[in-house]
Design a protein around this ligand. Sequence first.
Ligand code: 0O2
Length: 214
Amino acid sequence: MDMERKLDLYVEEMKMHMEESEFFVQPELIINPIILEIKKIDQQLSEEYGRPIVEYIKWRIKTPESIVKKLYRKQRKPTFDCAIKTINDLVGIRIVCSFQDDVYKMTKRIRKISGLKIKKVKDYIAHPKSSGYRSIHIIVELPYNEEQKIGLEIQIRSAAMNYWATLDHQLSYKHKVVDPKETEKIREELKSYALDIAEIDKKFLKLRKKIDKL
Ligand code: 0O2
């Protein structure tokens, strides 16, 4: 059987398990209370600082296709059980803030949400990925069933970081690379723009602080 057909079968199987899982049928039962807490923090911070802190919040469940591809990429078994055990972002919440310091303000408060079981925090702003990617990731454990937990990844980034990540995501998830040389050229160009955008993000923050003082 060729690889593509094999992957299709794994995806079908993953989809079937997800459709049979109470969690995946109604994920909002667990996600909505967390989103509500995040919105409360946004409201408090916006009142404290007298300006909007969060531009938007969205969430998603990773698709069966994306789960299988990730397991395959990480050379793990493409099974539902392995996904539950090893994938940190089966559930994802993304918070886009206006400025870089807002990202840290949100992170600090989210870490204090009572009952939220935080596994780790990755600071890809202080330590950007080799691609140029910047964001804060908070990895949380959610209850899945009596014995198991499930991974939630809260990504917090500035609007500028998000602007870059969106285009980078489009490049990374091009399924058929027709021209690898051109793709590599674009990747390098994008990487250099990550630095430009980080510079602009800093300049805008400096300017906003000057405006705050007026
Ligand atoms: P998708 O399609 O966005 O969901 P680990 O926790 O270390 O075992 P993991 O989960 O790969 O492994 O951790 P990492 O590297 O922190 O990446 C988690 C997610 O962050 C990715 O999920 C992306 O959403 C985002 N991300 C990480 N690196 C990049 C990058 O270079 N560019 C962009 N645009 N996004 C990135 P997925 O499942 O890879 O993808």
